[in-house]
Design a binder for this molecule. Sequence first.
Ligand SMILES: *Cc1c(COP(=O)(O)O)cnc(C)c1O
Length: 387
Amino acid sequence: MKKIQMVDLQGQYAKIKDTVNDSIAQVLNTSAYINGPLVHEFQADLEKYLAVKHVIPCANGTDALQIAMMGLGLEQGDEVITVDFTFAATVEVIALLKLTPVLVDVDPKTFNIDLNALKKAITPKTKAIVPVHLFGQVANMEAIMEIAKVHDLYVIEDNAQAIGANYTFKDGRKQKAGTIGHVGTTSFFPSKNLGCYGDGGAIFTNDDTLANTLRGIVNHGMYTRYYHDVVGVNSRLDSIQAGVLKAKLPKLDAYCDSRRDAARFYNKAFENNPKIVTPTTQSNNTSNCEQLCDSCDCHVFHQYTLQIKTGKRDALHNHLLENGIPNAIYYPVPLHAQKAYKDSRYKEDDFKITNQLIEEVISLPMHTELDTEQLEFITKTILEFVG
Ligand SMILES: *Cc1c(COP(=O)(O)O)cnc(C)c1O
């Protein structure tokens, strides 16, 4: 059996080596390292793939969030609601911009923002909501957009984990994750579903005015060369990374399918074990496709995350490591309990689900190169241990 990896970037590269190498060579041969043609070509390809008017490439997914918030003109003291159960980047940029983060609990099934907690958290100071499409599943965007409309709030989708996922509206219409809110952001960190070979990120919007503002902010606040109209940053996707991404984008749908195939294998193996809860796939609040049907496209499985109901999650984590099966706890500490983001306003009672999830979740190897032999070994080892 091939050595099992959490993410197999080597195996994936081996299959696309020629295309990627050609792309990189094109940059090296022209020395157009910054803002070269490949950056613009990738931008146009991604706009087409996402069916969004504007993609603004930038240096990483954290910058993308920060620039989106700057572009919306959020100011010191404005409250921004996001989830307690996510990677810290989301809350980090809110704090960095001196906005006020308001953390809310998540839904126990989808791990995405809890709509009741969201509604409860809205105050006259609230200016924006940042739903995070956690582990690759789109949050309930239709409901979120309705809430935002009623309260006149911006929606910034943190789509670092769900690029390629589709959201299905109640009327059957589909839209790509990250293109539904006023602005969406993503990360091309190597292990993300569309990863480059370094750092990269992008911002998406259908709003022409906002897109123009964002293009200036990423480039030192310049709209005309050496005229700085607003305070900006320097955040660029370099041409080599754009070349890698241009070569990989045509594979994204196939990559999402491979991840879903692995997820189906896992789901099937664990379906009759009451101590193991498999991920719920919910395309929106009206249609639950909990069984991850063949046409399911609302989840792209950036992570495949189980909940272990025996109280022995940590023991399982160690047992798997001892058996050569990498696995991870995303996330071990909720944001409200992190030293940097502690706040006397937070009450433990408001984070019941997150507090429970951090004790129960475990993410299994998930990537595009998993084979049946590996999946059988992983599931067998888990079932034998859990009993
Ligand atoms: C990875 C990630 C980010 C940050 O992306 P970087 O490119 O690493 O800066 C932000 N939000 C979420 C949810 C992520 O998973």
